[in-house]
Design a protein around this ligand. Structure first.
Ligand code: BYC
Length: 481
């Protein structure tokens, strides 16, 4: 596509006055072809020509943010949409608490802000890259469509961050925007910035766990950035959060439907012991202990995304009024945290103990605690499905010290219950706690595609309702021959 053919006034739905903003329009015109090349190279493999029943946001009001129609993914209208500007919004935390929010980047915070935006931006294309092979093994057209919906929206979130870089950061912003298209998930030379985004997503259970656990980190980070004193970042994150909710829905219901199918299969076959893995697997269902291992893996990879428990980066970003806390405006305190403390789990004399730390440096820990509480609620909803089916088994979140690569516990081994163990004990038992090669092989083997409208692969139950209230046999994806 030539640059001239790109009709930005109609192609990019936006509420930032793009047509009148020649400078930013030109910058985005320069970036757009590279984005499309990236999408074709790294986006959903094998389905670029398929017609997909997608939700497109064309404006941020109730009428415009969820338009459903068939579209080929490379023709998706990736918009730049910021939540409506709140009149007289005041900075809700940090050194600038109570001052009017900024519509421009304060010079002194430029580097810090750019880093936060680049890290956020980097995760979005990374997840598309991680999930690019999954279309081929989708358990139904319904699930395939949900995958692609998540993918195009992550693409839109990249646009959202690239807009901020181009609009507010001049030449170095443009360079960062190029780098966002250059790095690749899992690449040895140019990996994505955060650990979990360089892991593989080899099967659909991994995808569902990822959208439950890792997209939930996305939600927490976006909630914190939505508090920002830099108003354009706050507004863009607020709108991204409306889309993020669907991604977590995909994860929660995907795992929930997997559990449902496993429990039904066990009941029908008269299997009472959830640990009777061989018999459950013989029914082409994913046994509950393996689901627990997948949960352990994805939860702990996602905990690493919160950074170190004690972090001066986090304190600086809060002090600078750039990144706040989850639900900052609902918290009843001074919003400056000058003298406050927060209990942090630390390794002290070979034991895991709670230690009071200055609340400012403990902000990552606090956000992570809020995240764990949010995860725990979802796990309870999964446990209700198991209980309703009369199976005696409970899924549980492992201890936060378990299987960590970042922060206080990265150099120790613990059991899922949080008991410290030595390297030999870890090596002996880790396959009982995290998915083994054999577990992965079994799951991959189960991933037979199902592309008949209204049909589902045997390992997962159908959803209760369709997308956009469509009936069961609706053809969510028309696959090109
Ligand atoms: N992997 O002070 P520290 C989403 C680095 S997900 C690799 O401990 P800080 C989504 C860190 O960069 C949300 N490196 O941590 C979900 C620093 O390096 P430098 C994405 C890591 O800075 C699904 C050093 O270690 N958004 O949206 O307080 C699908 C010391 O850092 C990791 C954000 O994360 C890691 N896991 O906190 C699609 C929000 N952790 O700079 C999308 C923006 C730390 O010294 N980011 N390091 O070389 C932030 O707020 C913070 O940068 C972090 C880290 C929370 C990531």
């Amino acid at each position: 596509m030539s640059l001239i053919e790109v009709d930005y006034s109609t192609k990019i739905p936006n509420n930032v006055g793009l047509t009148e903003d020649r400078r930013i329009l030109r910058a985005l015109e320069g970036w757009h072809p590279g984005y499309l090349n990236w999408w074709r190279d790294m986006g959903p493999e094998g389905f670029q020509e398929a017609m997909v029943y997608l939700r497109t946001a064309v404006s941020v009001d109730a009428k415009g943010w969820a338009k459903f129609d068939y579209v080929r993914m490379p023709e998706y209208r990736w918009g730049i949409l910021l939540a409506a500007q709140e009149e007289d919004r005041k900075i809700p935390f940090g050194r600038h608490f109570g001052e009017p929010v900024w519509q421009d980047v304060p010079g002194e915070y430029r580097a810090m802000l750019r880093r936060l935006i680049v890290i956020q931006g980097d995760t979005e294309p990374a997840s598309v890259e991680q999930q690019r092979h999954l279309g081929k093994t989708a358990p139904s057209l319904y699930d395939m469509r949900n995958l692609f919906q998540v993918n195009v929206e992550e693409g839109r979130h990249l646009w959202a961050m690239v807009y901020l870089l181009h609009k507010y950061f001049g030449r170095d912003g443009r360079e960062e925007a190029e780098e966002l298209l250059r790095r690749r998930s899992g690449s040895a030379d140019a990996p994505r910035m955060l650990g979990a985004f360089n892991e593989q997503t080899p099967d659909w259970l991994s995808f569902f766990m990822f959208t439950f656990f890792t997209d939930r980190d996305g939600k927490m980070q976006l909630e914190s950035l939505a508090q920002s004193g830099f108003d354009p970042l706050s507004r863009t994150c607020r709108f991204m959060l409306t889309e993020e909710a669907h991604h977590m829905f995909v994860g929660e219901t995907g795992v929930g439907r997997t559990i449902q199918r496993t429990c039904e299969a066990m009941r029908t076959a008269g299997i009472e012991d959830p640990a009777d893995i061989a018999r459950v697997r013989a029914l082409s269902a994913i046994d509950l202990p393996t689901l627990q291992k997948k949960l352990n893996l994805h939860y702990t990879l996602s905990l690493d995304l919160f950074g170190s428990e004690v972090s001066t980066n986090a304190a600086n970003a809060f002090n600078a009024s750039l990144k706040g806390r989850h639900r900052e405006t609902k918290i009843d305190d001074d919003h400056r945290l000058e003298n406050a403390t927060y209990p942090v789990l630390k390794l002290v004399d070979g034991e895991i103990r709670r230690v009071d730390e200055p609340a400012l440096t403990a902000l990552n820990m606090r956000l992570r605690d809020d995240y764990s509480a949010d995860c725990a609620k979802g796990i309870e909803r999964w446990n209700k499905i198991i209980a309703r089916n009369g199976v005696a088994f409970r899924l549980e979140l492992p201890h936060v010290a378990f299987h960590r690569e970042i922060g206080e516990f990265r150099d120790v081994h613990t059991t899922p219950a949080g008991e410290l163990i030595d390297a030999a004990a870890w090596a002996r038992q880790k396959d009982a706690w995290l998915p083994s090669q054999a577990d992965g092989d079994f799951i991959v083997e189960l991933m037979k595609p199902m592309q008949e409208p209204g049909h589902f692969a045997g390992w997962i139950a159908p959803p209760k309702v369709g997308i956009d209230n469509k009936p069961g046999e609706f053809e969510y994806v028309m696959i090109a021959e």
